[in-house]
Design a protein around this ligand. Sequence first.
Ligand code: 5AD
Ligand code: SF4
Length: 464
Amino acid sequence: MSGRNNSKVRRLFVRTFGCQMNRYDTERLVEILGEEQFEPVVDYRQADLIFINTCTVRDKAEQKALSYLGRLKGLKRRRPELVVAMGGCVAQQHGEDLLRRVEHLDLVVGTHGIGRVPAMLACYETTGERQAFVDLTYDFGDVSDGRSRPWKPGVSSYVTIMRGCDNFCAYCIVPLVRGGERSRPSHEIIREVGSLVECGVREVIFLGQNVNSYGQGVPDELDFAGLLRRLAQVEGLVRIRFTTSHPKDLSPSLMGCFADLESLCPHIHLPVQSGSDRILQRMKRGYTRDHYLRLTTELRKTREDVAVSSDMIVGFPGESEEDFRQSLSLLEEVRFESLFSFKYSDRPQTAASRLDGKVEEEVKLQRLRELQRLQERITLEKNETRVGQTTRVLVEGPSQAGGTQLSGRTPQNQVVNFQGPAQLVGEEIPVLITVAHPHSLEGVVCMENNERFKAVKERSWCGK
Ligand code: 5AD
Ligand code: SF4
């Protein structure tokens, strides 16, 4: 749909729950609605359109999104012209039923429907009929034209390369909601990355439920390693990251990319989920503890400085104390740089929801706390080994801590805060690490001998 150039500017507020896929979809939505004269606002009470982007991986995430929607009821009553829309996995899962259940909801936009929002909005505004779109066959309709003019081009940008999942891990609702695996054509991805780099983006993060099975089953398509090798040739692209990967698809050719491609960051998110073979089998993960350990050893041999992060679930149905101890011992053995850990949550229609041996909430909570305590110690110890080292940091912007600090990331994905001039944003610079915190590092820029840095420093210096 073309932009309505004569219409007045309208205000858009987006609340995003859940994963990076949703953040990417939000970026797309802002971009697409930007062409329809919508401007993002930070106060939802000022908005003409409120869009809630949702996640359903765990029950808690779904309940949070629904309760947020519930809280908009009064606002919609006072301002009936306000359009309330729900997108993402909760919208996909419940579809039209949400319109029946929630009177003040106007648009239900399934996981593949972002590109349809302008048309849905126009239809709603002309007919007054509330709209739902949950068609999963509209594969990459929202992204496929390869245009990429981010609203505010940042230093780093997400790019979806595949959607859906064929794995059906016993606990996971994703294949049921987002459907089977589909890869986006590589020529579109390459075009999108090229256009992002032209807009000043220095780092891209490739997204998919299982990126390392990219291209599988598509005739004449590149595989994931082939795609990475092709994208590493894009001039001006300083860093490449990707997430998330399944251990069973971590191929020798992908390991080879870590050895050969300088712009591929030495970091992999490789969810393990459990350290117990019995539980991994019940989860239908398709690998053993030993196989996982061999993969991480091999990765570290291939690229010594590689950081490994992971996901772990505690309290999966049937998880005994001994199984849980195996998860703890796996943490000690692998020593992940960071870990996301979750209490098992029953999701409708998954295989695990039908398993016996459900673990009590209190036990799950205790196990989660113990696991997190152990990981906090390991992460801090790992961060402390960085002190005294000089590392390359891609400067992303002002630090969240505020003040005059800047913030960036190491190739291993650790956050580093330091004093420096704002002109360094977008530069990859050497930083000497001076302090380690549990979730970040502090450092000082060490570019005293660098001519460009000296010139920038003379112009504006907001640090010491
Ligand atoms: N319960 C708890 N955690 C889950 N995850 C996925 N499904 C569930 C569930 N039902 C976690 C997994 C996955 C991450 C994105 O969310 O660890 O890797
Ligand atoms: Fe869910 Fe498993 Fe697919 Fe990940 S690989 S999205 S956990 S089914």
